[in-house]
Ligand binder design. Sequence first.
Ligand code: PLP
Length: 504
Amino acid sequence: MTQTNEPAGPKTLGKVRPHQTQNEALVFEKSSPGKRAYKLPPLDVPAVDFSSLLGDTHRKTAPLLPELSEIEIIRHFTRLSTWNYAIDLGMYPLGSCTMKYNPRVNEFVSRIEGLAEAHPYRPDSLAQGILEVIDLLQRCLIEITGMDAITLQPAAGAHGEFTGILLVRAWHESQGNPRRKVLIPDSAHGTNPATAAICGYQVENLKSNAEGGIDLEALTRQVDEETAALMLTNPSTIGVFESQIAKIAEILHAKGALLYMDGANMNALVGKARPGDFGVDVMHLNLHKTFSTPHGGGGPGSGPVACKAFLEPFLPTPVLIQSQDGAKHWEYDRPQSVGRVRAFYGNTGMFIRALAYILANGPDGLRQTTEDAVLNANYIRHKLEDLYELPYKTGSMHEVVFSDKRQVALGVKTGDIAKRLIDYGFHPYTVSFPMIVHGALMIEPTESESLEELDLFIAAMRSIAKEVEETPELVKTAPHSTRVSRLDEVQAARKPILRWKPTE
Ligand SMILES: *Cc1c(COP(=O)(O)O)cnc(C)c1O
């Protein structure tokens, strides 16, 4: 799926890529007995019989692994790596997920031996370097969010939500009543209602208004003394900034309810606006979105939770403290803490990457990043809104959400267009989410992309819109350039075949 600068379009179809010319699928079957990828000199020391050490666990027969030469193995894995799509190959316009490029310097820094190999059981006095990294990251994130305190323990966004709502619950309990319900807008990410439910709250749905924001009247009607919090994503999942946010906070606070912000979309706010300044009490960040290291494929994540001072006593233990002499140490004695939410201190590798990203950009760079991300989304919106339906006309922030309304009239759905995009060398955008937009095409280019890449993407989307009118079958049966085309997605998720098994 290598992208070229050739004009995109169906003429690239059927073009055989060089690595597809061989009998590649059969590489495992290329095995032939006795082939080796290495050669060791004959044993010149006494052989050790491991069976006495290993007992029953000692394997009696060799595993049935394919036998191949080194170059065959190298080619196999290199070829496999080209069958998949990666941010290193081209744009990854998944909305809501901020799949930005992870600068190589972050990887370099996270592998510095002294940091990468700092053992979590090392005494604090011998871990001052990594503790300094953690402390500095905490201070940067507190500054960026405008909050007062933070925990880096949660290992993902959803885990951060869970931790944040535990803080909300602990605080309400300390006031005498944990309260009963959490309000969640209908545009929310699915993890929000799941979090509230897991924390023992009833979820109450809040309808969006015509601009895709919170309906203040509905909110006023629904908030009462049993409302623990509102969980709000800002900008929302349709990429719209909630301009009434301060008023929303006021309405909640008047009834003693708290404002939780899902900060997964901070890529549109960093350096421009601080949740702590617009009334948010507690929020999570997705370091693996906003602060590089794209997620997906189950890689390590990090979902720090930042809060206002009144919630600090409830933060998970341990909490990083600096003593008078400047030394840092973990404090475990926090009587009001919700307890641990994860082993040790969080995904430290992620902390290092995020800090490297923040320091490499600096305050001006981070602001520029936000501006570029918003500019890129709006550029795409401007260049495509004549061909794709824009259900919410409110100004877009870091992502733009179209719908397939016009294409559906011709029998082509958002999922078909997304699959056709693969033929043009792009990863699909987010399909059918958010749910308040029927047939959504959710596009988030991020700041990583150049004007040239954006123009290629736009050209592809325009070309597909034309195909929908002229040759809809071509789109409905896409992708045509991949090794497998329309998979049974349900079976692929429920019964994945992940292992090669030797045929006897
Ligand atoms: C990604 C995302 C989450 C969940 O984050 P994970 O790290 O995937 O658990 C929550 N809310 C929003 C708006 C998101 O985009």
